[in-house]
Design a protein around this ligand. Sequence first.
Ligand code: UN1
Length: 539
Amino acid sequence: MSSFQNESTYRSYVERGNEAEFDKLFEEAVERVKREVLGKKHGIFINGKEIFANEELVERSPIDGAVMGTFQKGTQEHAMQAISAAKAAFENWSGTDYRERVKIMRNAVELFRKHKFEIAAILSMENGKSRYESVGEVDEAIDFLNYYSDEMLRNKGFVRKTRIGASSKQVTAGFQGAPGNEERITLPLRPYGVFGVIAPFNFPVSISTGMSTGALITGNTVVFKPSSTDNMTMLTGLKIYEMFREAGVPEGAFNYITGPGSEVGNELVVSPDVNGIAFTGSRATGLEMMKRALELNLTKAFIVEMGGKNPTIVSKKADINDAVDGVASAAFGFDGQKCSACSRVYVQDSIKEEFVSKLIDKMRSFKIGDPLKKETYMGPLISQKALDKYKTSMEEAKSTGKVLYGGNTVNAGLQGAYVEPALIEVEQSNKLMHEELFVPILALGTFKKFDEALQKANDVEFGLTAGLYSKNRKEMTEFTRQAQAGVVYINRRTSATTGAIVGMHTFGGWKGSGLTGKGTGSRYYLPQFMHEQSVAVAK
Ligand code: UN1
């Protein structure tokens, strides 16, 4: 069994002094994709067959409105068909040897590698990520495939065996713990059945692949719905579908369906034939789905990731430059459209002025515009809805607090929603300190004593990531003990709260950010896709 290694594409190019090659591969892929991939018409794939609906969905690039492709507006009826295809495929797929499923996932790794730059190029055009974020995301998808494959092998398919020895004594009537014959016991984790995989727009390659791999490799079959309405990422979703199929996932075991959450997503939630849901998205949607299933007395396995309002504490004992770099990347990378984004920063009073002035310098230096250009750090927001959120939140900040920097739209000469990174100062009780906005607005607060910072950091419903900058041992220990978050980072210059690496930083939310308390890229991820059975055979 190979030992797990991260894909680290960009890192290996720069370390070899070959960044030019990295750029060339990405730029050539963009041209190729524009010529050969964009603007086509695509169906839904159920049981390996392409199906067309009565209505269509046109996916456009947030960069300039270019048509990425025409997709199907799937209905409840289509969802029902996909669910029954997945149900019918379950017996065979769950019955394959786990090593066979691992082999198929390793084939998928090779396909993802082969098409790495092309998928990254589509991704940048599809959701507006920079080339670095996009290649990093494809790497993350490859890492999930490899990591979960390793986990299946390491756990030998998640089957254990044990036995109870025969007793020399027998009883006439049994009771708990009664001596008896020998028992051979097999303890497998077994797949639930059909999983609905409902993916977000912001990491449509890595999160879709990660959730789907989790379901498939453990023997479940899947109905996969990429983000299909306001924020569309159906084209990368289709590429994932194609690669899984080419890798050897049989027809019916993985189905691809586009369409509104209110029809397709809803059917996955309310259908008694769907045994589990893997979902990453907003807290409101996640909670609503779980409620709806329970109202129907359906006890599904829910594996949900539901956003964050992630804090960073900057103590006077911090390296301020590291803190500035880390907070700026975490808050404004990909325009803050990450559930891991830093959206609150608490700075100790005595260093506030220096920190704020350096942070604003950094924010001013970020290039905003076409994310296909090498120098761009911030591309467009995903949609008009996101732009509205940015604008109304900035209005709110103006009337209830102070705007320290930004808040305006930017004319990038393109038809897209380009905005400045924004820094606002509001009271802890302000709703801008509590609500997840998913736009590049960072709320600043201050503190005198470290305890106060911890209390404020924890004072939200969410608990996904949290960052600290301090060189003081006591503060570091205190933060580690008290931070109510599943992913905690200390003194990380590359980013205060984002950029978890598969297999290294496990990624899962506490409190209102999740449900199971177990993260992705973790040893405890796969067991969530299975229920345990103990099978005792007495001699
Ligand atoms: C998300 O924003 O939905 O740690 C997930 C990170 C990424 C995952 C983010 N690896 O920022």
